[in-house]
Write a protein that binds this ligand. Structure first.
Ligand SMILES: O=C[C@H](O)COP(=O)(O)O
Length: 255
């Protein structure tokens, strides 16, 4: 099964509109007249989405993502943004269940599942993040944690939803730490996650779904990680804040 790799830049709480414009100008000048055998996604903060849409709206090589959405449609939820509102920015993707949302903002598997279903109601494609902490890995709980995150987080998705969903496996201990999972550790976890999707949705869907790796991906380690058979791209934080570094990851990691 050939799966097109997908490289997504998660800027987290970095880059307001003016820095977004600077990045876009730099990145666009580097990718013009080039084609890539991969999908490229950029996820700026909410307040920079309008500027990103202005710069990338007509660029077919680049899709935009939000970093979160509400599990509600509208109402008295101060500070929240609904999937329906995001859709107006011509976004294609939304990152859901990132470990920072889980750990810092207390998002549960059930909340994340509700957000996944809201995103799908308006045809946003979830980049659904899962991954274990170091304590969980060292305590022998890797498989138990991934099983729980997948079975609850992806509950009630249809086969069509699944085709539009990307899973991002991000071991929490590798995020922003400079410590990357070895290619072998990452491949083992990805193969296990794919087997979980097969159990829940069938072998055909499991063979089609793209599973990104995230956690200290850099231009120098992208090729080795992406060479693994079950790794279909990357979700990149720090190294995607600079146009050349993001581009180098895409080029080095495209297989
Ligand atoms: O969403 C991206 C991940 O949290 C990875 O972040 P990082 O590349 O800075 O380790």
């Amino acid at each position: 099964m050939i799966r097109k790799p997908i490289f997504a830049a998660n800027w987290k709480m970095n880059k307001g509109p003016s820095e977004t414009e600077d990045f876009a100008d730099g990145f666009l000048s580097k990718i013009q007249h080039k084609t890539f055998p991969a999908d490229i996604v950029i996820a700026p903060p909410f307040v920079s989405l309008a500027k990103a849409a202005e710069k990338f709206g007509n660029v077919s090589a680049v899709a935009l993502a939000a970093q979160n959405c509400s599990e509600h449609n509208s109402g008295a939820y101060t500070g929240e943004v609904s999937a329906m509102m995001l859709k107006e920015f011509y976004l294609h993707y939304v990152i859901l269940g990132h470990s920072e949302r889980r750990a810092i903002y207390g998002e549960t598997d059930e909340t994340i599942n509700a957000k996944m279903l809201k995103a799908r109601e308006v045809n946003l494609r979830p980049i659904f993040c899962i991954g274990e902490t170091l304590e969980e890995r060292e305590g022998g709980k890797l498989e138990e944690v991934l099983r729980r995150q997948v079975s609850i987080g992806m509950k009630d998705l249809t086969e069509r939803d699944l085709l539009d969903t990307v899973i991002a496996y991000e071991p929490v201990w590798a995020i922003g730490t400079g410590v990357t999972a070895s290619a072998q550790q990452a491949q083992e976890a990805h193969a296990f996650v794919r087997s979980l999707v097969a159990e829940q949705f069938g072998a055909e869907s499991a063979a089609k779904i793209r599973i990104q790796y995230g956690g200290s991906v850099k231009p120098g380690n992208a090729a080795e990680l992406m060479a693994c058979p079950d790794i279909d791209g990357a979700l990149i934080g720090g190294a995607a804040l600079e146009p050349q570094s993001f581009l180098d990851i895409i080029v080095n990691g495209s297989k």
